[in-house]
Design a protein around this ligand. Structure first.
Ligand code: PBG
Length: 334
């Protein structure tokens, strides 16, 4: 039986009755300042290579990436996570090219920061784009991904990126102890102002497939389960978050986003640093595929997706939809 005796005096629908009221009581808002657009950089000239599984995303060569950054800036997106697409000839077991002086990625970082000093650039620190094995860490003769031997390699990459002018490094490798190790390496070279956005709770997810296609960086053998986290675990994310914060991370990241909203919330409650969420390639691919089929409508689906990641507690969202969302806001006068 209904407990209500009529007339009803409590009516939640009153707060939903008009747009002007709904806009007033809205709890979560998303500003373009909170969005980071990931970009794929390829060596060469005049390249804008489409990525089949990520419609609307491309591998850009340096000059064309500058034009893309310009288009993003026009709609208020000025933060970018840049990933290198490395040719097979430049891959080896030790990811040497990741910190080689002639590295096209480092050169591009330098150019972007020269032309757009106010743009924020987040660099990727992990071995996989440069590794013949396609793993984020060093692979030994038995096929193990060895933790401590990986750290000095990551440190060289981080310092090289700092020298090129990166604002934040993004260690996406999930090795133990790397935040502290990288912090020390940066500080030792005088880069005390280069921040660390740590991929803190990075899960061994099926949703990275399109990214690995874009970078041609899939592991040659095995999988990433000995370093990336088990999707079944939540408490372990809090352990990782506590460690990264104590080790000196400036921003903690949860990745992927949509199936991990509970993790975003939990990390947000536990920690005192900003929390980022990475809405990853597979999440983007699913959405775009459904839109292409006419099964979902892009604008409301994007708005709902990003707003809900924000509602879960993300202060920052890395998403391939950053530019598209900012454009939508513009076209609605937002
Ligand atoms: C690799 C890295 C991956 C992503 C970001 N950095 C893939 C992986 O761990 O295999 C995935 C991003 C995405 O799917 O959008 N260090």
């Amino acid at each position: 039986m209904i407990a209500y005796s009529f007339p009803m005096h409590i009516r939640p629908r009153r707060n939903r009755q008009s747009e002007v009221i709904r806009n007033m009581v809205r709890e979560s808002r998303l500003h373009t300042d909170q969005l980071v657009q990931p970009l794929f950089l390829v060596d060469g000239r005049d390249l804008q290579e489409p990525i089949a599984s990520m419609p609307g995303q491309f591998r850009w060569s340096r000059e064309l990436m500058l034009e893309e950054i310009d288009r993003c800036l026009e709609v208020g997106i000025s933060r970018f996570a840049v990933f290198p697409v490395v040719g097979e000839v430049n891959k080896d077991k030790k990811a040497t090219y990741g910190h080689a002086p002639g590295n096209f990625y480092l050169k591009a970082i330098r150019t972007i920061k020269e032309i757009y000093p106010d743009v924020l650039l987040i660099g990727d620190v992990a071995m996989d784009p440069y590794s013949k094995d396609g793993h984020d860490g060093l692979v030994d003769a038995e096929g193990n991904i060895v933790n401590d031997e990986t750290l000095p390699i990551l440190a060289k990459m981080a310092v090289a990126q700092a020298q090129a002018g990166i604002d934040l490094i993004g260690p996406s490798d999930m090795m133990d102890g790397r935040v502290r190790y990288l912090r020390d390496a940066l500080d030792e070279k005088g880069f005390t102002q280069v921040g660390i956005m740590s991929y803190t709770a990075k899960y061994a997810s099926a949703f990275y497939g399109p990214f690995r296609e874009a970078l041609d960086s899939a592991p040659k053998s095995g999988n990433k389960k000995t370093y990336q986290m088990d999707p079944a675990n939540a408490r372990e994310a809090l352990r990782e978050a506590a460690l990264d914060e104590a080790e000196g991370a400036d921003i903690l990241m949860v990745k992927p986003a949509l199936a991990y909203l509970d993790i975003i919330r939990a990390v947000k409650e536990q920690s005192r640093v900003p929390v980022a969420a990475y809405h990853v390639s597979g999440e983007y691919a699913m959405l775009m595929a459904a839109v292409k089929e006419g099964w979902l409508e892009l604008e409301p689906a994007v708005t709902e997706t990003l707003t809900c990641i924000r509602r879960a507690g993300a202060d920052i969202i890395l998403t391939y939809l950053a530019k598209a969302y900012a454009r939508m806001l513009r076209s609605h006068g937002g």
